[in-house]
Design a protein around this ligand. Structure first.
Ligand code: 5FU
Length: 277
């Protein structure tokens, strides 16, 4: 079982070789927030409203851009302006899952041109190393970062055991672009606490973890929620991802409620981090 890192976000930021990982870790430290808010709403106005309300309290806003029925380039421009104003990164949770040549085109082109605006995106390892190579051809020149899905939060998912171990091995072969994992626990050794990691191991991967909720345990469709303490303190993950626990579903809670929930999760996430240290 990999050891849980006791190093601070600050220490890790200073040493990280990937620019966008550095940016994320520095932002977490600056804002004292390891909260990523997932904004899964079906229209542009709601997405921007929630991002504006949550922005001051989080290090990252996560999108599923293909949910938005009135997507246009102005949405991206406004989201980028909010990211500047409120100091957060943008992660498009695209979960690429095809061969290198296809994902390269999906990442750079089409309606969404994800690489042009998302600091971070993610991919399933299922197609093999080519998926990382293809995405890196687009993302590296733009200083983007990639997360590999080593585990998932949903009941009965197949990303377990050997699958997870193989994902970690894949990430270690691409440490110029793979900055971390979507995972439920620290799936890889911390280079500073592991002691004697083999050659090619020991990269500092950022673990970003969905399935976080303080009030419910599930959503009736397989999602499984754990508390910030379970995720950050007990499981050694780095960032909590909260969606409906904050925006509430549908077009979203009113702004005051979003702010209140953001503060609650930000505080819980930060306390769990301090307890881990
Ligand atoms: F990779 C994963 C995963 O394993 N579980 C997830 O829930 C991603 N997610 C995303 O996190 C999911 O697509 C949602 O965008 C978000 C969780 O939203 P919730 O409203 O907090 O359940």
């Amino acid at each position: 079982m990999p050891s849980i890192t006791k190093r601070t976000y600050t220490e890790r930021a200073a040493a990280h070789p990937i620019a966008v990982a550095r940016q994320l870790l520095e932002c977490i430290d600056r804002k004292k927030s390891n909260l990523c808010v997932s904004v899964d709403v079906p229209n542009k106005a709601s997405l921007l409203r929630i991002a504006a309300a949550a922005g001051p309290y989080c290090c990252c806003i996560k999108t599923h851009i293909d949910i938005v029925s009135d997507f246009d380039d102005d949405l991206v421009a406004q989201l980028q302006a909010l990211a500047e104003k409120h100091d957060f990164l943008i992660w498009e949770d695209r979960k690429f899952a095809d061969i290198g040549n296809t994902v390269k085109l999906q990442y750079s082109s089409g309606v969404y041109k994800i690489a042009s605006w998302a600091h971070i995106t993610n991919a399933h390892p299922i197609p093999g190393d080519g998926i990382v190579t293809g995405l890196a051809q687009v993302g590296l020149p733009l200083n983007r970062g990639l997360l590999l899905l080593a585990e998932m939060s949903s009941a009965g998912n197949l990303a377990t055991g050997d699958y997870t171990a193989t994902t970690v091995a894949m990430a270690r072969r691409h440490t110029d672009f793979v900055m971390g994992y979507v995972a439920m626990r620290r799936v890889d050794e911390d280079p500073k606490t592991a002691g004697g990691v083999a050659e090619g191991e020991g990269a500092d991967f950022v673990i970003m973890t969905p399935g976080v909720g303080l009030d419910t345990k599930g959503d009736g469709m397989g999602q499984q929620y754990r508390t910030p303490d379970e995720v950050i303190n007990q499981s050694g993950c780095d960032v909590i991802i909260v969606g409906r626990g904050i925006y509430g579903g549908g077009d979203g809670n009113p702004d005051e409620k979003i702010v209140e929930e953001c503060k609650r999760y930000q505080q819980a996430g930060w306390k769990a981090y301090e307890d881990r240290l």
